[in-house]
Design a protein around this ligand. Structure first.
Ligand code: ACM
Length: 696
């Protein structure tokens, strides 16, 4: 989003670092599972996974389950490099026996049984589930359990009883602001399957593009998409692909605002005079459908009917967010209509529109999902509210009898850490005080990948691995919330996700290689050292601080586009500082580790500067590179001061804190992540600091 961006509610989040309750810790063996299961009991020994590994189905079977067995074997073969037989066995003497009791629904529904029991012993494994869906989830759990061991690949003996906490666990991808090709959507659906998410919410229309082929109104995609749209056959294939992975597909056609691209081919739907062009910038724009025009409803009836036949899911998202009302205010016919009908303001006018559209959606056999703006008095109760402006609206919706899903706190584009998303719980805040019946109405949540600053090249890295932490929040028991445990497992799962073809790790390296051009290996290593420690600015700051107003033609080849949204190296450095300080600075191993890193940082800029002179894209981070050197030097000075065993003088402190203030200022939309940790070292070295008299 540009300068003024999609608006934001207060969205104040208390970042609670709550302890993982002892009970859960005690009962959960240390497994690399994400999401953690509802319960797990360790057994004795482990099950070898070698090239004789086999899978067999007993009980209910169906083509989807058989295909999931084949994909499981293929994935296991990839993960281990073993030459496995890739077809499920015919006998029940297989290593892993899968028993599903019955089929899932033909069209996947909210709240179907997704539970399973997985029992692994030293001699074999059994996966039992009431439905196909549960069996598919259990297979993903098994894949995560397989690891190297001294004697070969193996799965620890364990008994897992698992089911999701919430029935609606989604990821939304905005394919409209930047078009996301289908192969990328597919591999993200593979990632969702791996972390047991079950709803793909596809944001398909926007000011910047109408991304679905319409046979009924071909001008929608022909004139509204720059030829970047999905054909109906492609969409049907994608829906089948998602269904095979236990994932529903909910389409979103955003209206009455966020709809400029519709009006390029169909200006008669709009409230303004036009002509309209595809929007190239980011933000909230004036064009909106005309709620007073009966032809609009006739058109939507036909279009929703056409789309309802393509998308089998029971839910149909009509958007409804961020209508600024300017076209309505400026249109005398609309103003006259409002007067005659007694419609007092634009909110009421939108409610009138939503009510009409909701009837059309119902007529075509579907139920409406809408952003929280659609929650106004009188909307029918079968609507699902997607809360983005604040968590309170979710609780209010539930109190009024509406079902809802939480997205506030799960906006992946805001660049928050996994821990910060992880701390957001659909049942916290006002929702915690709801009655049991009201709580039932909170169906879960969805992470949202808005695509202003996302390209096909880096979208995986904007979704993963952080999305796995949100997936765990929505699947695992509420008590599972220790960030240290989450990060330990996230590191593992992140690497595993790459076996699915996701590029969240590799893309960054490729992009850095492009911007480094013909760098020497030493220079490239220096660029990576810097890149590993920086993150793009958070929230909506990027749009607000852009040197020139960004558009969808702005290249996304800068360092800010290449680096991950969360710096693992920065987090680990911070952990090491905390460990050092917790030991009152008497931790020689941590001290040596810190010294080694700080020295590398201090000396990094001298290596990188020649490359910055040769590459305009590296030059952009020259100031940040100098900051990293300053940070390294300041951290080393703090270690020296601590080693002296007496408080560093006030003047020393003031000088170093001034350096830190400088370093903490974002430059070229980048944050140097270890700055606060180095500040802790400086403060520890001064009077009253943790380590100011560390070595008496
Ligand atoms: C939204 O972010 N406007 C739903």
């Amino acid at each position: 989003m540009a300068q003024n961006a999609r608006l934001r509610g207060p969205g104040i989040l208390v970042f609670c670092v709550l302890m993982y309750p002892a009970m859960i810790t005690a009962q959960q063996p240390a497994l690399h599972l994400m999401p953690l299961p509802a319960s797990a009991q360790s057994g004795a020994g482990s099950l070898e996974v070698d090239s004789s590994f086999s899978v067999a189905f007993v009980g209910h079977t169906e083509p989807r389950l058989e295909r999931s067995g084949e994909r499981f074997l293929l994935q296991l073969a990839r993960q281990t490099g073993l030459a496995l037989a890739l077809k499920p066995a015919k006998t029940a003497r297989a290593t892993l026996v899968i028993q599903a009791d019955h089929a899932s629904k033909e069209i996947q529904e909210v709240g179907e049984d997704e539970s399973y029991v997985l029992e692994v012993t030293a001699t074999g494994a059994k996966l039992i589930a009431p439905t196909t869906l549960g069996a598919m989830h259990g297979l993903q759990t098994f894949l995560q359990l397989v690891d190297v061991s001294p004697g070969g690949f193996a799965t620890p003996a364990v008994t897992i009883h698992d089911q999701p906490r919430f029935p609606w666990r989604g990821l939304m991808i905005d394919s409209a602001r930047h078009f996301i090709p289908l192969d990328i959507i597919r591999r993200n659906i593979d990632g969702m399957e791996a972390v047991k998410m079950n709803v793909f919410h596809w944001h398909l229309s926007e000011n910047q593009g109408f991304r679905v082929e319409s046979k009924k109104f071909p001008k929608l995609h022909e004139l509204g998409s720059d030829a970047l749209y999905y054909t109906q056959d492609e969409i049907r294939d994608l829906i089948a692909y998602a269904r095979d992975r236990g994932i529903r597909v909910v389409p979103e056609f955003d209206m009455p605002g966020h709809s400029t691209a519709w009006f390029v081919g169909h200006p008669e739907l709009a409230s303004g005079k036009g002509p309209y062009e595809i929007e190239r910038k980011w933000g909230v724009f004036d064009p909106a459908m005309d709620p007073t025009n009966e032809k609009v409803y006739k058109f939507l009836d036909d279009l929703i009917g056409e789309m309802a036949r393509i998308f089998p899911d029971h839910y149909f998202h009509i958007g409804g967010d961020e209508v600024n009302g300017k076209e309505w205010d400026a249109n005398p016919k609309i103003q006259a209509f409002m007067k005659v009908q007694g419609i007092k303001n634009n909110e009421a006018l939108q409610a009138y529109f939503s009510g009409r559209v909701q009837k059309l959606v119902t007529k075509h056999g579907k139920a409406v999902v809408g952003w929280d703006e659609v929650l106004v008095p009188g909307v029918p109760k079968d609507i699902v509210i997607q809360s983005w402006r604040g968590q309170a609206s979710l609780a209010q919706a539930a109190k009024q009898g509406y079902r809802g899903i939480l997205s506030n706190g799960y906006y992946l584009d805001l660049g928050w850490s996994a821990a910060r998303h992880y701390a957001v719980d659909p049942m916290s805040g006002e929702a915690a005080n709801l009655s049991a019946e009201e709580k039932q109405r909170i169906l879960g949540g969805e992470s949202c990948m808005w695509a202003e600053y996302v390209s096909p090249e880096n979208v995986d890295s904007r979704i993963w691995p952080r999305n796995a932490a949100i997936a765990e929040r929505l699947w695992s028991p509420q008590e599972v919330r220790d960030p240290a445990s989450m990060y330990a497992r996230l590191d593992f799962v992140s690497a595993r996700l790459e076996w699915l073809g996701l590029t969240h790790r590799t893309a960054s390296r490729h992009m850095l290689q492009r911007l480094a051009g013909s760098s020497s290996p030493v220079e490239f290593a220096a660029l990576r050292t810097l890149a590993d420690l920086i993150e793009p600015v958070k929230d909506y700051t990027r749009g607000q601080t852009a040197p020139a107003e960004p558009t969808n033609a702005t290249p996304m080849n800068r360092v800010v586009d290449a680096v991950p949204l969360e710096s693992d190296a920065g987090r680990r450095f911070n952990d090491m500082v905390d460990q050092f300080l917790a030991a009152a600075c008497h931790d020689p191993a941590a001290e040596a580790g810190l010294r080694a890193q700080l020295t590398t940082w201090r000396d990094n800029d001298a290596i990188l500067q020649p490359l910055a002179q040769r590459s305009f894209l590296v030059k952009e981070v020259a100031a940040t590179s100098q900051d990293l050197s300053a940070l390294g030097a300041a951290g080393l000075a703090a270690l020296e001061a601590i080693a002296k065993g007496q408080p560093a003088p006030d003047a020393w402190k003031a000088r170093h804190l001034a350096i830190l203030e400088q370093v903490k200022k974002p430059k070229t939309q980048l944050l140097l992540i270890p700055a606060p940790a180095v500040q802790k070292l400086i403060e520890a070295a001064t009077a009253g600091g943790t380590c100011s008299a560390a070595k008496p």
